[in-house]
Design a protein around this ligand. Structure first.
Ligand SMILES: NC(=O)c1ccc[n+]([C@@H]2O[C@H](COP(=O)([O-])OP(=O)(O)OC[C@H]3O[C@@H](n4cnc5c(N)ncnc54)[C@H](OP(=O)(O)O)[C@@H]3O)[C@@H](O)[C@H]2O)c1
Length: 254
């Protein structure tokens, strides 16, 4: 049984491309008003215009989610505009692969800021609103979905710090789940394998080539495949919590 999201409000971080963009589009199609957060305003405005043209409600929030004040502001502006928050998708992230030996530690800081601290900051700001939504909504439930990765389940050479951030997201998810699940806030984690997005374009091409070699030649998942899973998770009846989903392309062995 699927429940539509009419009357609910969803905040998606990293909605300017890839998985976040696809997720926001699908949540809006299910009837949710969507707040779209990321740094690239033009991309968010384009998506908001598309959602609005299809009869939905969208709010553009330009922010660096790795900064606590901006993450807090995104949550507060969402609630300020739409009056509530039922669904948070912590999707914004960065993958800068490479060995730990001789690494640029500045790249580590950037990944830790967005992949880990960003998840914590938005979650911290959103939890009171999610608890309130779960308590007063006819759906009797609210959702927080974290996007980790296969890299949050399996470490490999060349991915150490990215692995650390994504293992961290899995840990935060499980800990927070135990904290709030009895109060009807479902905390879920989705762990995708390779998805065809802009994620690898933030690395130098030669770094991407070396580190993505194990995945060369496979047909990647599409962002919509992950958006389908996020939408499935948040449209379950309140009694059913999908805690964790690991999803790889069929041809991805590891
Ligand atoms: N693609 C894959 O193979 C794969 C596999 C497993 C997990 N994931 C995870 O999926 C999530 C989404 O990635 P994607 O694959 O869809 O890649 P993407 O197309 O590069 O999307 C990343 C999103 O995060 C946003 N973002 C990055 N840094 C940000 C910051 N400091 N503040 C606010 N927003 C920020 C980007 O927006 P702006 O640049 O506009 O800020 C963009 O919207 C990430 O957490 C990634 O680790 C991806």
């Amino acid at each position: 049984m699927t429940e539509r999201l009419d009357g609910t409000v969803a905040l998606v971080t990293g909605a300017s491309s890839g998985i976040g963009e696809a997720a926001a589009r699908q949540l809006a199609a299910q009837g949710a008003s969507v707040a779209l957060a990321a740094r690239r305003k033009d991309r968010l405005e384009k998506l908001a215009a598309e959602i609005t043209a299809a009869g939905g409600n969208a709010l553009v929030l330009t922010a660096d989610i790795g900064k606590q004040a901006e993450a807090l502001s995104v949550v507060e502006k969402t609630v300020g505009k739409f009056g509530r928050l039922d669904t948070l998708v912590n999707n914004a992230g960065l993958m800068l692969l490479g060995n730990i030996e001789n690494a640029s530690t500045e790249e580590w800081e950037r990944m830790i800021d967005i992949n880990l601290k960003g998840v914590l900051y938005t979650s911290h700001a959103a939890i009171p609103h999610l608890l309130k939504a779960a308590a007063n909504s006819p759906r009797k439930v609210a959702d927080l979905v974290n996007i980790s990765s296969v890299a949050g389940r399996r470490a490999r050479v060349g991915a150490g710090v990215y692995n650390a951030t994504k293992f961290g997201v899995v840990a935060i998810t499980e800990s927070l789940r135990q904290e709030v699940t009895s109060r009807h806030v479902r905390i879920s984690v989705v762990e995708p394998g390779v998805v065809a997005t802009e994620l690898t374009t933030h690395m130098k091409p030669e770094v991407a080539e070396i580190n993505m070699k194990p995945f060369a030649g496979i047909t990647a998942l599409e962002p919509e495949d992950i958006a389908d899973i996020i939408t499935f998770i948040v449209t379950r009846p309140w009694r059913s919590a999908i805690n964790e989903v690991l999803v790889r392309p069929t041809e991805q062995a590891f």
